[in-house]
Design a protein around this ligand. Structure first.
Ligand code: ATP
Ligand code: MG
Length: 455
């Protein structure tokens, strides 16, 4: 009952918003964001546009993030100049996109996204209401209304240090509320990716999704099927590399959004061992992002999909396929299944396969193999992956520890390590071990060889 009432109030409030309404102009004394806090390149681009008679402001994530005391990830600029007019003003710039034409302006190491004010009413849609092209230009007020959430429709004018706020975004941010501009169902129909953005922004910024925007998500999740896979992949990457992947995936699951998105994620999250591995991989990624260390998307996807690879690898071996071919069949199958939903780029798929294919090689610590393996260009990434498997209890911690010592040792110490390596890596002992137990992540626990038993 109360929920219904709340929804009514919120919907009415959202519906009342008019594109012609006067925005609040919030001076720096109230919001506190000084020009020096935003990227100097963004300030320069806005100044150039303004000098040529156009309106130009910094909009979107940068202002939102600064308001809650986080360093902005990147800077988006909104202007009254058309893409061609912007392009003409900046030598190092190019127009990109078709569905949504914007200009990338390169300034030093930074790339600024400059988009022209758009009017949403005239957008071209498909039969589900999804917006296909959105290149009809409009005023700043019209531009504000077609943005997704109130906290993302804040325009900061570096010249005056004023925030122009059409939809009470500053107040919503203070109240830690993620509120949709307009009627949420319509907005999700126009662009189902907004559901993923809601989850990502709420998880990353510690906001509550307003009930009116949260309620329809479960029902409408199916609309994500109509979204081009490349776009889904981009959005998933943003989500997983947000530094709050653990919270984001937890919330995706809560909202029923993980089904069919990462088709394997639902399966994985139902398996205790797989689940532990996935959460560890996500925690590991979050820690790296927060420490400003590089994160490879190949590594991340390799980890997310690994429990499934293991499962299919075992199945193929049980069907009589030798371990190495079985592993390659499993890798292809998992990547193919994934491709129907998420367009993992070919380069990333290559990285993923490299990481997977290296894993069994770590379990062969005899002869020349270890010397060759430490020279492999992906050794370090493969070893990191191995550590993750050990941390999840999939393999003995002794294995990554051994490789770490081996990689850093001199000649004599290496020979000693090879002699001391558990003879389980040699054929005779391997058989005994195989009989003993399946490892926790289920991977064959010796280097796969032609006589490896089926499990
Ligand atoms: P971040 O860059 O931190 O991920 P962001 O909100 O800046 O977050 P961008 O993808 O850079 O996200 O988009 C810039 C702005 O464009 C957003 O703040 C929002 O105003 C608008 N926007 C982006 N995607 C959508 C969308 N799907 N529907 C409506 N507006 C959008
Ligand atoms: Mg942004």
């Amino acid at each position: 009952m109360i929920r219904k009432l709340l929804r009514k109030v919120f919907t009415r409030r959202a519906a009342k918003i008019s594109p012609l309404g006067e925005p609040a102009r919030i001076p720096v004394a109230q919001h506190g964001i000084r020009r020096e806090q935003v990227s100097p390149a963004a300030v320069r681009v806005c100044a150039t546009l303004q000098e040529h008679g156009y309106q130009a402001c910094i909009v979107g994530g940068a202002i939102r993030d600064l308001l809650i005391g986080r360093p902005p990830k990147d800077h988006d600029i909104a202007t009254s100049a058309t893409p061609e007019e912007v392009r003409a003003l900046f030598r190092r710039s190019r127009i990109i996109g078709r569905r949504f034409r914007i200009v990338h302006v390169m300034a030093g190491a930074e790339t600024l996204e400059v988009s022209t004010f758009r009017a949403s009413a005239s957008a071209e849609t498909d039969r589900h209401g999804r917006v296909l092209a959105d290149n009809v230009y409009g005023t700043q007020a019209e531009d504000a209304i077609r943005r997704d959430f109130t906290i993302n429709a804040l325009y900061y004018d570096p010249a005056t240090e004023t925030i122009i706020d059409y939809h009470h975004g500053v107040a919503d941010l203070r109240q830690k509320t993620l509120r949709m501009i307009g009627e949420p169902r319509t907005r999700y129909r126009e662009d189902p990716v907004r559901m993923l953005r809601a989850v990502r922004l709420a998880a990353k910024l510690g906001l509550i999704i307003d009930p009116a925007a949260r309620a329809p998500i479960r029902d409408m999740a199916v609309l994500l099927e109509n979204v081009p896979t490349a776009r889904l992949f981009d959005e998933m990457l943003k989500l997983l590399l947000s530094g709050s992947a653990v919270r984001c995936v937890g919330q995706l699951r809560e909202e029923g959004l993980h089904h069919g998105l990462l088709p394997l994620l639902d399966v994985i999250l139902d398996q205790p061992v797989g689940e532990r591995f996935i959460w560890l991989a996500l925690e590991n990624t979050d820690a790296r992002v927060r420490a400003d260390k590089p994160v490879s998307s190949g590594f991340l996807f390799a980890a997310l999909l690994w429990p499934e690879v293991i499962r299919v690898w075992r199945e193929r071996q049980a069907a009589g396929v030798a371990p190495y071919p079985a592993l390659f069949e499993a890798m292809d199958k998992i990547l193919d299944t994934q491709a129907t939903q998420l367009a993992i780029t070919r380069r990333i798929a290559g990285d993923i396969k490299d990481l997977w294919a290296l894993q069994p090689r770590f379990e062969k610590r005899t002869g020349k193999t270890p010397h060759r393996l430490i020279e492999h260009p992906r050794f370090r990434a493969g070893w990191d992956f191995l550590c993750l498997r050990a941390a999840a209890g999939g393999i003995a911690q002794e294995i990554p520890d051994w490789w770490d010592r081996f990689a850093h040792a001199g000649h004599d110490e290496r020979e000693a390590l090879l002699r001391a390596a558990p003879a389980g890596d040699a054929p005779a002992r391997r058989k005994r071990r195989r009989r003993k137990a399946r490892t926790a992540d289920g991977a064959p626990d010796g280097a796969p060889s032609d006589d490896a038993p089926n499990r």
